[in-house]
Ligand binder design. Structure first.
Ligand SMILES: NC(=O)c1ccc[n+]([C@@H]2O[C@H](COP(=O)([O-])OP(=O)(O)OC[C@H]3O[C@@H](n4cnc5c(N)ncnc54)[C@H](OP(=O)(O)O)[C@@H]3O)[C@@H](O)[C@H]2O)c1
Length: 338
């Protein structure tokens, strides 16, 4: 098989294809012919050595997210059969229930072998069936960005019809969050950095959009748009530089998620959290149970992930480069199988 190796973490020059013998599934494993892989912000962070979670020991097979078809199953496999289309779960050990350090200790493409390969072996428990109406590229968007957005919208205190939800930017997590919040009956206020992306957000169902470059005090606009009350939920994916504004954009008694860290270091004043009785909720992707609940909703509502562009397998470095340029809207994918 052909598989990508990241031989160090100094940048994309370290990403190259190697030929290896085809893997053999163990008794409880499935062998999956990968159809497509999707990139996440973390994959880019890992490649350039800025990933904050855990130590990366190259060479690694990068990427966590994929979808494909089972071509062989070990003798003890009961959950799936050859021909089934599946996606891996982000944390192979977090199947259900409350998060734990043990559950999140291993992730694909960091501590564990990643998915940017023609064939991968996965424990049968570490896969879910993908919604049948999705292409492999669409289904490959689900394991990290999709499940994280699902966690933000429906776990903890779930979004209720009529609530106002703020999403930041047009990356993978935020566009899933927009779709899920709309499906829950919320009013979505979405921020982005360009006029073109505002129009595309509105076409996807955002009720109001704000250009956060032209309106850096976007939290004041959120308050104005909510009659002075503030939003019920702010899904903050950017982190240190946006959290102070997110805390000012949320209504007393509302919720703010802490999902990402894209804007460099920053300082958080805890006083607004106390003043407004805000629930600040961190999250780390999610469990297999969340993935399965999300897939049920995707099936029921015929939802489709937003795929920005699909690159050929041989152009994985170009896909990473496109992602790094922040021109994308939604998910950047790499086609693997023919
Ligand atoms: N905790 C977790 O479990 C978890 C899971 C997945 C992702 N994450 C994190 O969540 C973040 C987003 O991930 P992703 O995969 O969705 O990334 P992505 O696809 O690269 O999206 C990045 C987008 O965020 C927007 N953005 C960047 N800086 C911003 C700022 N200061 N204010 C508002 N928007 C900003 C930009 O949107 P515009 O171009 O529209 O301006 C940018 O295109 C990353 O930090 C990632 O590591 C965390």
């Amino acid at each position: 098989l052909r598989v990508y190796h990241l031989t160090d973490t100094t940048g994309l020059d370290a990403l190259g294809i190697v030929e290896l013998p085809d893997p053999e599934p163990g008794p409880q494993d499935v062998l999956v012919r990968v159809g497509a892989v999707s990139l996440n912000f973390r994959d880019f962070s890992i490649a350039r050595g800025t990933y904050a979670f855990g130590t990366i020991s190259p060479p690694i097979v990068p990427c966590s997210d994929a979808a494909g078809t089972i071509v062989a199953a070990g003798s003890e496999v009961t959950r799936f059969k050859p021909g089934d289309r599946v996606a891996p779960i982000f944390f192979p050990k977090w199947l259900a229930g409350r998060v734990s350090r043990a559950a999140t200790a291993t992730t694909l493409g960091a501590g564990g072998t990643g998915t940017l390969a023609e064939l991968v072996t996965l424990h049968e428990d570490a896969c879910v069936a993908v919604p049948g109406h999705l292409s492999d590229a669409e289904a490959a968007c689900l394991p990290c960005a999709g499940v994280t957005a699902w966690n933000a919208v429906f776990e903890g205190q779930p979004v209720r019809p009529g609530e106002s939800v703020v999403t930041l930017g047009t990356g993978g997590v935020s566009l899933f969050a927009l779709a899920f919040a709309k499906a829950a009956g919320a009013r979505v206020i979405a921020t982005t950095s360009s006029g073109d992306k505002r129009r595309r957000l509105e076409a996807l169902g955002a009720d109001v959009t704000i250009n956060y470059v032209e309106t850096p005090e976007w939290h004041e606009e959120v308050r104005r748009l909510t009659g002075g009350a503030g939003a019920d939920l702010v899904i903050d994916v950017a982190g240190p530089t946006t959290l102070p504004r997110s805390l000012d954009a949320v209504a007393p008694g509302g919720r703010v998620t802490v999902i990402g860290a894209m804007g460099g270091p920053g300082e958080i004043n805890p006083m607004p959290i106390s003043r407004d009785s805000t629930t600040v909720r961190g999250m780390y992707v999610g469990s297999r149970a969340m993935f399965e609940a999300m897939n049920a909703a995707i099936n029921a509502n015929a939802l489709r992930p937003v795929v920005d562009r699909v690159f050929p397998f041989e152009e994985a470095a170009e896909a990473y480069g496109h992602f790094a340029g922040r021109k994308h809207f939604g998910k950047v994918c790499i086609a693997v199988g023919s």
